[in-house]
Design a protein around this ligand. Structure first.
Ligand SMILES: [Zn+2]
Length: 102
């Protein structure tokens, strides 16, 4: 671990960690992803201990606040209504055009 940085959170896979990392850095948090202590390739990485995100100690509280939002919300993408084909923003669960549920 680097000096002056703490593990903010451990993710199950690199994708989740990367999303959170992007979110943090966009907010100005100094962060780094720590995937592998040995530096080698691990094909079964997803089944191993996970991916740590480290943040600078001075950014720790800010980073915790940032991740108070579930990662699933950060990954939400627009969806297409199966009934009328309207493109619906991720935060809506019901089509605003025809009322069909997601
Ligand atoms: Zn619709």
């Amino acid at each position: 671990m680097r000096d002056g940085m703490s593990i903010l959170k451990t993710f199950f896979n690199e994708t989740e960690a990367q999303i959170a990392f992007n979110h943090l850095t966009a907010l100005g948090v100094t962060a780094t992803i720590q995937m592998d202590n040995c530096g080698g390739m691990r094909p079964h990485f997803d089944l191993s201990r996970g991916v740590d995100i480290l943040v600078a100690d001075e950014d720790l509280e800010k980073a915790k606040d940032a991740l108070a939002v579930p990662v699933t919300d950060l990954t939400a993408e627009p969806w297409t209504c199966p009934s009328c084909g309207e493109a619906i923003a991720a935060e809506f669960d019901i089509c605003w055009k025809c009322g069909k549920e997601k």
